[in-house]
Design a protein around this ligand. Structure first.
Ligand SMILES: NC(=O)c1ccc[n+]([C@@H]2O[C@H](COP(=O)([O-])OP(=O)(O)OC[C@H]3O[C@@H](n4cnc5c(N)ncnc54)[C@H](O)[C@@H]3O)[C@@H](O)[C@H]2O)c1
Length: 435
């Protein structure tokens, strides 16, 4: 279902009317394409406070070239990791106040912070302040500009994260706080096809977000396995054929689903994307158990079961990546979705609890993407007014596309993302729900 309002506001009468009436004015987002894989413009690297991070070499590899000529940077990185007190926050204001207006449309602002120091409440206060600052700035910038905060201790560990946040691939990721741990040595990889030689399995990949995820992981070099219910086998085969992968018709709720996947992948698996999901909406007072159980089964129980089975069978190789699909409904809650909200909040619980163990025992990372309003068949079925509200109630004033979730998944699946673990990253254009 096309977003006609977004198309209309791109026309001259549309611009005139929305300005006069004070209506939301979504900017068309610049996404990655083979012809234009990078941002259009340079990088401005600023520092607030005294930083110990050695960022320059990492930014030279990941970001756009330094912005010295145009005065309209496409990306601004503000290193505020060294700020330890409230006085230091004045430097954040001093650094960004003069440049915010000049950031190019669809530009990126990335604030770098440090983990909160539990032994120093002044440092913790100042560093937590960066979160409120980042989220507030994200709501102000407009023009498709995103603003995110990365908490890190080690610059090389954040290489894949900075590459993602400073690229057109992160067009619909804004207002996020991402923690990056200590550096994990990544096996060598090809920059253009980082998943080359790796196998990725995506559940629910016959259509929608899953199809886009499979396509994007294949673009990055992975051999993809397209899993979907037997009823969607024809579509799954069509997707697999197009991507040079294989189809696996399987209901993920089957008790032996993990064993069947392990059997289909005798050489092991590197990337496991739990994307399959369903909704059965009804207010709790009207919801029979028949509508409650399948949602919990598909969205949560099967994610737990297959994860456990594939870890136990050793199918998921060292350095493996698990990306589960949560939702803003699991964060903010949503009327009519007690079952769905419960299942998706459960996914975030699983991710946060499993992440430290998976890394210790198996060198595996476990993260979640939490989509907001994404234009798919699932959301096309939503009644018109709720759909319009879903589209506009975020800082970018539009719905996301499946590719936005897919690009985020590809970053988490990246071989150099070993220090990104236990994170729940919203792909929601900074939705006002649960913000
Ligand atoms: N579209 C959105 O706005 C949005 C927002 C938040 C979260 N999500 C989540 O993103 C994921 C993908 O959503 P979508 O919009 O692409 O949905 P979709 O309905 O278009 O696609 C879901 C796919 O999962 C498959 N599937 C369902 N049950 C399955 C099972 N038991 N075994 C195997 N495959 C199964 C379906 O056949 C379908 O191909 C879901 O987990 C959904 O909850 C979507």
């Amino acid at each position: 279902m096309a977003d006609r309002y977004l198309s209309f506001t791109g026309t001259a009468p549309g611009r005139f009317l929305t300005r006069r009436l004070g209506l939301p004015r979504p900017a068309p987002l610049r996404r990655r394409s083979p012809e234009r894989p990078d941002l259009d413009g340079g990088l401005l690297h600023l520092t607030a406070g005294k930083s110990d991070l050695d960022l320059a070499p990492v930014l030279a590899r990941t970001g756009p070239a330094p912005d010295d000529a145009t005065g309209r940077p496409a990306a601004v990185v503000l290193d505020a990791s060294g700020i330890r007190d409230v006085e230091g926050l004045a430097e954040v204001h001093a650094a960004l106040h003069p440049v915010v207006r000049s950031v190019a449309a669809s530009g990126r602002i990335v604030v770098l912070g440090a983990p909160l120091d539990p032994a120093d409440h002044h440092q913790a206060a100042a560093q937590q302040a960066l979160e409120g600052f980042t989220r507030s700035l994200g709501k102000e910038t407009g023009r498709g500009i995103t603003v995110n905060l990365v908490r890190l201790t080690d610059a090389p560990a954040a290489e894949s994260t900075l590459r993602f946040l400073l690229s057109p691939g992160s067009a619909y990721v804004s207002g996020q706080v991402i923690g990056v741990g200590a550096h994990e040595t990544a096996a060598p990889y090809d920059v253009d096809r980082p998943l080359s030689g790796r196998t990725a399995l995506v559940t629910g990949a016959a259509r929608g977000i899953g199809e886009a995820v499979a396509e994007t992981l294949a673009r990055d070099g992975a051999k993809v396995v397209v899993l979907d219910v037997p009823g969607a086998e024809a579509d799954a085969r069509r997707v697999a054929e197009r991507l040079g992968g294989t189809a696996l018709p399987l209901d993920i709720t089957a008790a032996d689903a993990g064993a069947r996947i392990a059997e289909a992948l005798p050489d092991g698996l590197d990337v496991l994307v739990h994307n399959a999901g369903i909704t059965r909406d009804r207010r709790l007072v009207n919801m029979p158990a028949e509508l409650w159980s399948p949602v919990l089964e598909v969205n949560l129980a099967s994610v737990l079961r297959t994860t456990d089975a594939l870890l136990a069978a050793g199918t998921l190789r060292r350095g493996g990546r698990i990306v589960a699909t949560a939702s803003i409904a699991g964060i903010a809650g949503n009327a009519g979705q007690t079952n769905y909200g419960a299942s998706k909040a459960g996914v975030t619980g699983l991710v946060r609890a499993l992440a430290p163990h998976a890394l210790d025992g198996h060198g595996v990372t476990v993260n979640a993407v939490a989509p907001g309003f994404i234009e798919t068949k699932m959301t096309a079925a939503v009644p018109l007014f709720i759909r319009e509200a879903g589209r506009r109630m975020n800082s970018l004033a539009q719905g996301g596309l499946p590719i936005d979730v897919a690009e985020t998944t590809a970053w988490l699946a990246h071989p150099a993302s070993g220090a990104v673990n236990g994170q729940v990253v919203r792909v929601c254009g900074q939705s006002l729900l649960g913000a």
